[in-house]
Structure formats: structure tokens, C-alpha cells
Design a protein around this ligand. Structure first.
Ligand code: CUO
Length: 682
């Protein structure tokens, strides 16, 4: 943990403990997540208390208890809208507690936790408290049934046991499949928790107007793909290939070994080479979803990209361009809303459909498309578990290729947009434990408690020990010359990409373009003359501080460095995990390139007053709550577009050649070396 501990003021401590009580043991209660077959059509527990649900709950009771709740499904979003509106009436934590206790045995457990989290993040008067990590609220989404059962047995046998249960990194498969080399990455608790949070703070159809939501949907997922590809290259695996459509067999199967509830209900699984089929699943509020519909939506969206306009329901043609007149909505933002899709934000939801969400659903039910076998949804059907499945990346690569098709229609950036006269980056480098330009990664461990999310008896903590990739913190060192006569505010943009492709060759700009991962972005003031900047990797604009556990919250402990009681905490959970900032690299060292670019903050800045003190971690991937995205440039700038063919008479074919033409850019070669268990612990 970084930063010191603080103690909450008394009133806040009480509020915090009330909230923890709401998040604890979500499967307890009269129905308890047990399975029954009340109507013969579904599995899960119907509302079984005999109580008539309060009418204010609306659609919230339409989901069965003990089943998966998924924001990828429209009927589930409708249920979430009802329950969130019900909770939104609370003016303080006391009222929220009363409302929650009145319905917690009536609504789906996962829906309940989603909506509680939603209102605590959304309502300024509730934001003072923190929600505990989803790893502890729903441990069964992070550790296998077998391991949790083993933990329960151990505790029953020996309540005084102090040793944690060690989570075996190999639990979901074996190395006979090359894809399994990446399972530690896909199944990392931090990236899955981030993805759960991201979809919580950028919800679909919840009447939330977040700035540039469609664009950040594109960008955040593109960046996750770039990071996945860097990791793949670290294992000599090729970059991920997109799904080429919905008719070809899905090559990779996935067997999560996870459970949906405390009664042991398993997530759906998928064999290798499964063929997708139309879905008929009334049990899940889905009705009929046909592959032909998805193909139709895709074809219409692709038409829009190639025609350069998209049509709204009145037949108006809305131009698609990232150079919008009057600083209107960019084309990428419009396309993101239409593709994800969000019925409230899409320009024409009936026409362009619900493509991305439906694709998740189609894959997640491929093992039992018509409920013939009473099987549960697969892991790819829930944002908290979807990144575990190798096919998630092939699906999102398909999504990203669509956005890239659009981006490549945009003109390249010009000299004025790329340059910053008067400012020169002289040198950059990284320093980790005194070693320059050679970053080390290795294994580290983190413990969570499972007992809060399970029904095991006794009060002894059930600790789970996860092994994860990590690195020691490092600093970027930048030497910058400001030849302007005055101070200058600049945005510093730092990216990392592998130097070589799968064949060991250097890459062209266009080949490397989608591998550049944002490492940091920050604003600083340059004084005239030489400036030396040191920036810690811990301050990265994409990462969130480590997850906060029940125990830390109970102890009044806040592990965000410098945070004080009273800060609005909402959204702190969103953010790429700090321990996953670097790709693994190779044991013998792997070549990477750092790209640093300075831009004019006068051009980048977004005029706004940010109210309160919202959590602004991971702003590049998560934005700022209730505020505009604080960088006016297109997300991913300058790598979101093709390269200029020529600058000052010089042909540009690589990122290095681009950087050589501009004083405000520089590239540096670094190595990343994986040292396994030899990582000196932070
Ligand atoms: Cu995040 Cu498909 O949007 O998983």
C-alpha cells in the first residue's frame, strides 16, 4: 500500500461501516441464492419470500436471484434502471440503507450490488464513502469454485488457520494451448475489476450523459487490446486476430471454473471451434437474437463509415468526421454510441441496433443458445469476468477494426497540430532503482478475503493469495528546452510500444500505430530555458491505486496517497491496475520504445470548473465524473490517425522518422526484463 493511513471523522466512519454492511455477504437472506425451479422455465430463485415487492421497484424484480446480471442485456439494463432510480431517492447513507434493506431479499444479488455502487458513485452526497473491492464482494468471479470450497473446508476444519489459500495461476487451463500462456494476464483480478468499474461508470441506457462516452468506449478498449498485444509479443505470440464474422467457428474455447452464486451454479463454458447460433433465451430476458440481425447492423454501420455520414431516425444525414465544425461531436463519438450500443445515445437504435452488446450475448450463449440444457451465461457475458476469455480480445479486435476503418478515413495530422515551436525535448529516459532504461517486471502477490462474499460460517477470515505481474516503481526523466521568452504550459504525452514485430523486424508507423499504449499524460509549466522533469510511474494518468479491501475500510484506512477524509471517492475504482502498467517483457530483456510528445496546453485544455474534489485517478481511461474529458485532442492522439506521408520534404514511414521532424517529440529505446520471482517487493 502506498501513502499513509488516516482515520475517518466519526460520522463518516459510521456511514462507511453502514455501507460495508450492505456490501457484505450479498447471497445471504431468505432466498440465499439457492436454486429452485418454480415455473419449469428458469433456473434461479424467483422472489420467494411471499412479500409483494414495493411498486417503486419497477422492473428490478424481473431478474431471478442466484443468476448472472449483465449490462450487455437490455432487459437487465432496464431492471438496473428501475433499481437505481429507487436507490437514487436516498439523500444520505441512512436512507440508502433503509431502501436497500427493504429490497435486498427481493432482487437479484448482483443487480443489488451494481445499483448500490452506481448510486454511491453518482450521488454527490453519498460519494464520501468508498465501496469495497468487487474481488471481495464477489470472490466467486475471481477464484474457482474448487479453491473457494477448499477454503471453506479448511476453515471449518481448522478455524484458527492463519495461512491463506494460494490461488493457482493455472486453474483455468493448461499450456497445451498456447493461449494459456496469457491466462495470468487475462485472469488478473485488477484488469477484470477495472473493466467492471469502467462499465459501471460509463453505463448504457441509464440516463447518464458522460462527455465523449462513445469515443472513450472506443479508446479504452483499443488500449486494452494494445496492452494485450504487447503481452502476447512478450511471449512470442502473434498479435490477436479479430473475429472475421459470426459464421466462422470460434477457435478458442473457455472454461472459467468460476461460479455464479454461493450454491455452486457454474458459468457457461465453450468448447474449441464452437459455431455461433441464433439465441432464444426467454429465461434471460433476451427473446430472439439472430446472427443475420447482427450482420445487418454491421453492414449499415460500415456503410455509414464509407459514405461519411450516418442517418438519424428522421432521415437526416449527420456527417462523420473527427474535424467537427464548431467543436461539435466527433464522428468517432457518434459511432461509438451507435456500435456499443446505447438506445438513448445511438442516432438510430432500431436501424443500427445493439451490435457490440449482442455480440457479447451471442458468444456467451453459444454453448446453449436455446436453453435446452438450462446452462448459465458464459464468462464473456459479464464485464467482471469477460476479460478472462481469449475470445473477448478477438471480439473487441473486430470492434476496433471497425473504428480503425473510420479513423483511417480521417486526414493525417498536419505540422501545426503535431508541432510545438519553441519547445524541444532534449532527452528522455526511465530510471528504476537507479538502473536506467531497463525496467524489470516479475511476480508479486496480494491477498483478499473471500469470507465477505461467501456464506461460510465462522468469523475467521478466509484469505486468498493471488499472484500477479508487477514491477517496482520507476521515474521518467525529461530534459526539455524552452526557447520561448515566457513560461509555457504543455501537455506531456508518454507512450510505450514494442520495437519489433512477430518476425523480429522493426515496424512501420502504420504497423506499430495500434501498439502504442498510453503510459501517462500530464500538464506542466515550463520555465524559459532548460527544464528537468521527473515524473513517477505511480502518478500515471491511466492507473488507479490498489483496490481497497473490507478490512482496510473497516480500519478507516485509505490507501490513495495524499487523500484526506471528506474527498469524494466515487470512481476511484475505475482505472487500469497499477501493477499491470508494464508489459511482462522477456527473461532475456525485450526491446521497447518510449515516445514522448509535448503539446500546447492552450490548445489541449478544456474550459470547465470541476466541482468538489472528484477522484481523478486514471483520467485517460475513465474521464472525470460529471465533467468534461480534460483533453480536447482526439483520444489516442497522435497515433489514432495514419501518418503524414511527408513532412518538410522528408518521407515519413516510421514513428522514429516522425519524431525526427519535430523538436517536441523524442523516442528512446528501453528494455523490459522479466525476472519472475526475483522481483524485489515494493
Ligand atoms: Cu467492455 Cu465489450 O465492452 O466489454
Amino acid at each position: 500500500p502506498s501513502g499513509g493511513s488516516i482515520s475517518f471523522p466519526t460520522g463518516m466512519a459510521t456511514e462507511q461501516s453502514q455501507v460495508l454492511e450492505l456490501f457484505e455477504k450479498p447471497f445471504r437472506g431468505p432466498s440465499g441464492g439457492s436454486i429452485s425451479f418454480p415455473t419449469g422455465e428458469g433456473i434461479g430463485t424467483r422472489i420467494g419470500t411471499g412479500a409483494r415487492p414495493p411498486p417503486e421497484l419497477g422492473y428490478a424484480t424481473s431478474l431471478q436471484r442466484g443468476r448472472v446480471f449483465s449490462v450487455f442485456i437490455r432487459a437487465h439494463r432496464r431492471a438496473a434502471r428501475s433499481l437505481c432510480e429507487y436507490f437514487m431517492r436516498a439523500r444520505n447513507i441512512g436512507e440508502l440503507t433503509s431502501l436497500a434493506n427493504a429490497c435486498r431479499n427481493l432482487v437479484n444479488e448482483q443487480l443489488f450490488i451494481y445499483c448500490l455502487s452506481f448510486v454511491i458513485i453518482r450521488k454527490p452526497e453519498l460519494r464520501r464513502v468508498r465501496i469495497p473491492t468487487v474481488v471481495e464482494t464477489f470472490p466467486s468471479k475471481f477464484a474457482s469454485q474448487e479453491m473457494l470450497q477448499q477454503a471453506g473446508n479448511e476453515i471449518n476444519r481448522n478455524p484458527a488457520r492463519t495461512e491463506p489459500i494460494v490461488i493457482n495461476q493455472e486453474f483455468s487451463g493448461t499450456l497445451i494451448k498456447p493461449e494459456h500462456r496469457l491466462s495470468y494476464w487475462r485472469e488478473d483480478y485488477g484488469i477484470n475489476s477495472h473493466h467492471w468499474h469502467w462499465h459501471l461508470v460509463f453505463p448504457v441506457e441509464m440516463d447518464i450523459r458522460r462527455d465523449r462516452k462513445g469515443e472513450i468506449f472506443y479508446y479504452m478498449h483499443q488500449q486494452m487490446l494494445a496492452r494485450y498485444d504487447m503481452e502476447r509479443l512478450s511471449h512470442s505470440l502473434n498479435r490477436v486476430l479479430p473475429l472475421t464474422g459470426f459464421r466462422e467457428p470460434i477457435v478458442d474455447g473457455y472454461f472459467s471454473k468460476l461460479t455464479v452464486n454461493n450454491s455452486g451454479r457454474a458459468w457457461g463454458t465453450r468448447q474449441d471451434n464452437t459455431t455461433l447460433k441464433d439465441i432464444r433465451r426467454d429465461d434471460f430476458g433476451l427473446g430472439f437474437i439472430s446472427i443475420s440481425d447482427l450482420e445487418l447492423y454491421y453492414s449499415r454501420l460500415l456503410d455509414a463509415v464509407h459514405q461519411g455520414f450516418i442517418q438519424d431516425r428522421q432521415g437526416n444525414r449527420i456527417p462523420l468526421t473527427d474535424d467537427p465544425p464548431n467543436r461539435g461531436k466527433r464522428g468517432i463519438d457518434i459511432l461509438g454510441d451507435a456500435f456499443e450500443a446505447d438506445a438513448e445515445l445511438s442516432v438510430n437504435y432500431p436501424f443500427y441496433g445493439d451490435l457490440h452488446n449482442f455480440a457479447h450475448v451471442l458468444i456467451s450463449f453459444s454453448h446453449d443458445p436455446d436453453f435446452a440444457h438450462r446452462e448459465e451465461v458464459g464468462a464473456i457475458g459479464d464485464p467482471a469476468t469477460s476479460m478472462r476469455d481469449p475470445t473477448f480480445y478477438r471480439l473487441h479486435k473486430f470492434v476496433d477494426e471497425f473504428f480503425q476503418e473510420y479513423k483511417l478515413q480521417q486526414r493525417p495530422y498536419n505540422n501545426e497540430e503535431l508541432g510545438l515551436p519553441g519547445v524541444r525535448v532534449v532527452r528522455i529516459g526511465v530510471l528504476q532503482d537507479g538502473v536506467p532504461n531497463n525496467l524489470r517486471t516479475g511476480w508479486n502477490q496480494r491477498e483478499f478475503e473471500a469470507g465477505r462474499g461467501l456464506d461460510f460460517g465462522g468469523s475467521a477470515p478466509i484469505r486468498l493469495r493471488f499472484t500477479h505481474l508487477d514491477h517496482r516503481p520507476f521515474d521518467y526523466h525529461l530534459q526539455i528546452m524552452n526557447t520561448l521568452p515566457a513560461e509555457k504550459d504543455v501537455t506531456v504525452r508518454i507512450f510505450l510500444a514494442p520495437t519489433l514485430d512477430e518476425r523480429g523486424n522493426r515496424m512501420s508507423f502504420m504497423d506499430q500505430r495500434l501498439l502504442w499504449t498510453e503510459m501517462d499524460k500530464f500538464v506542466t509549466k515550463l520555465t524559459p530555458g532548460e527544464n528537468k522533469l521527473v515524473r513517477s510511474s505511480r502518478d500515471s494518468s491511466i492507473t488507479a491505486p490498489p483496490e481497497i479491501t473490507f478490512r482496510e475500510l473497516e480500519a478507516g484506512r485509505e490507501i490513495t496517497s495524499g487523500t484526506q477524509a471528506g474527498v469524494e471517492f466515487g470512481q476511484c475504482g475505475c482505472g487500469w491496475p497499477r501493477h499491470m502498467l508494464l508489459p511482462r517483457g522477456m527473461p532475456q530483456g525485450m526491446d521497447f520504445q518510449l515516445f514522448v510528445m509535448l503539446t500546447d496546453h492552450a490548445v489541449d485544455k478544456v474550459e470547465q470548473v470541476i466541482r468538489g474534489r472528484p477522484c481523478t485517478n486514471a483520467v485517460s481511461y475513465c474521464g472525470i465524473l460529471d465533467s468534461k474529458f480534460p483533453d480536447a485532442r482526439p483520444m489516442g492522439f497522435p497515433f489514432d490517425r495514419r501518418n503524414p506521408a511527408m513532412i518538410n520534404g522528408n518521407v515519413i514511414q516510421t514513428a522514429g522518422e516522425l519524431a525526427a521532424q519535430f523538436d517536441n517529440m523524442v523516442m528512446e529505446d528501453i528494455k523490459i526484463t522479466f525476472v519472475g520471482n526475483q522481483l524485489q517487493r515494493a
